[in-house]
Ligand binder design. Structure first.
Ligand SMILES: Nc1nc2c(ncn2[C@@H]2O[C@H](COP(=O)(O)OP(=O)(O)OP(=O)(O)O)[C@@H](O)[C@H]2O)c(=O)[nH]1
Ligand SMILES: [Mg+2]
Length: 195
């Protein structure tokens, strides 16, 4: 198995950090000093992509690709999505816009994926938030139409700095990819947008 998984989500959600945490090789990162409104949030930001590799048993490996969070690099989205077999969407729970961020990326994924792609949501920065309630994310995802036989998108709390958390998220997604490979979808219709 040699699959690529794409980490997507808004600026500062922890995409680069998660790849650094999980990768068994030195990560190729393209970070540059942030400017404009991003500079208020963080010093460096991804400007093209990140790339790492997580090794599994029996010589299998998962390539980890990280997308830039800034809108101006939107053109990278289609390029990276095309290579990906699965996707991890990270949202920063400490941001007031977290639910809107999830809606934005979920709708974008639904619009741009040509067929159903297995994906999971990782909620980061829960340690920096006054509440750890993830129900609103699950409710939003439950309303996304999906092909027959596919359950709701899993939502997991993850600290992108914690290797066990990130590996658990990735192994869960890898299991979904294996099932998707073995069980062809009856209704391959692209899912619609969140209501
Ligand atoms: N406290 C806390 N910090 C976290 C968590 N997850 C990630 N971080 C930190 O958040 C900061 C931003 O993470 P990055 O990985 O640079 O974010 P990014 O999603 O790659 O952002 P862009 O490349 O700008 O789109 C880093 O300092 C991380 O260590 C978390 O769950 N809790
Ligand atoms: Mg980054």
């Amino acid at each position: 198995m040699d699959w690529a998984i794409l980490f997507a989500g808004p600026v500062g959600a922890g995409k680069t950090q998660a790849i650094r945490t999980a990768s068994d090789i030195d990560v190729v990162a393209t970070e540059a000093a942030a400017t404009d409104e991003t500079a208020l949030l963080k010093r460096d930001t991804t400007v093209a992509m990140d790339m790492g590799v997580m090794r599994l048993d029996a010589g299998d490996r998962i390539r980890l690709l990280g997308a830039p969070g800034q809108d101006r690099f939107d053109f990278m989205w289609d390029i990276l999505l095309e290579q990906a077999r699965g996707l991890v969407l990270l949202v920063d729970h400490s941001r007031p816009s977290a639910l809107e961020d999830l809606r934005f990326y979920a709708e974008r994924l639904v619009r741009s994926a040509t067929s159903w792609i297995p994906w999971v949501v990782g909620v980061t920065h829960v340690d920096r938030s006054p509440n750890a309630e993830l129900g609103a994310y699950r409710a939003l995802l439950d309303r996304l139409p999906r092909p027959a036989g596919i359950g709701p998108v899993p939502v997991l709390e993850v600290d992108a700095r914690d290797r066990r958390d990130v590996r658990a998220l990735l192994l869960g997604l890898a299991a979904m990819l294996e099932v998707a490979q073995r069980v062809p979808l009856r209704a391959a219709a692209a899912p619609g947008a969140a209501r």
